[in-house]
Design a protein around this ligand. Sequence first.
Ligand code: ATP
Length: 323
Amino acid sequence: MKRVGVLTSGGDSPGMNAAIRAVVRSCRYYNLESVGILQGYEGLIQNDMLTLGPRSVKNIINQGGTILKTARSEEFRTIEGRKKAYQNIQKNNIDGLIVIGGDGSFKGANIFHQEFNLPFIGIPGTIDNDIFGTDYTIGYDTALNTVVEAVDKLRDTATSHDRVFFVEVMGRDAGFIALNSGIASGAQNILIPEKKDHINELIQSLEQSAKSGKKSSIVVVAEGEELGNVYELAKQVKAKHPDYDIRVTVLGHIQRGGNPSCQDRVLASRLGIAAVEALMKGKTNVMTGLRSNKIVYTPIEEAIQKHHSIDNELLKVAKILAI
Ligand code: ATP
């Protein structure tokens, strides 16, 4: 192992830069060269790469987004695209690849490995926290803090006007952001994709809280919840309760941005170093992760196929505190 390529792929997440920095600096520490590949797999296909050194990654630990840019590459899904990518890997003398991204990016790297035998290590970078093999993914903690800050602000206006606010947060397939930000921001209800048949429960809970004297409520809704449309959900509740003053806020892409939190910077730094060390030890097709605050390596096939499940204890916490 002499030259390591690093790329970010799929959706960006805050802390990806800290991970790039950790990869580049640990490469230098261990006397390896590092090459940054721009725009994910697209940069491999287009041969868009640059040599990186410790000073190329200065002043980025605090920045959201990714200095390497990211992309969703359709061409990499084809064998022709991956052949071009491999030719550029050879041209640039890259011996191992570090992929920072979500499970889609790991699937791509896994197929690439099966075809061309290039060692690779995955680093979980996604705000959704939906990857098996790690307690936390890079960007999740920052996204949670962004949501909580936004909901705190909405609470001020909800309370002043006696309104019910439906706040949609990211999470097409997983309710981690909704559940944890909902608990932290004191939501009356939290709707997540993992839990079905919750509209009746929601209406009952709002009725109950109104009876107990509550005049305003926050409902946090993951974008992937049952109806998949927060406006439709609000409409259905309004149809039952025309007396409720309902407002909808969709937080959208602000959840992806911003300066990474301390937790995400430390996580990204640890996983970046662990990924380089894994390549040096001859590991391949594994994802670095953190479990019970210890670095672990999970076979990439498991990381792709298994699900990181919601903790039932958290569902209980949300329910008890909504009384
Ligand atoms: P996020 O969780 O933010 O969506 P992700 O890594 O899951 O991130 P995807 O868009 O699913 O994002 O995948 C990123 C890229 O990985 C794709 O654009 C494609 O280039 C590559 N990729 C994904 N699946 C495959 C596959 N089956 N074969 C080849 N390449 C793939």
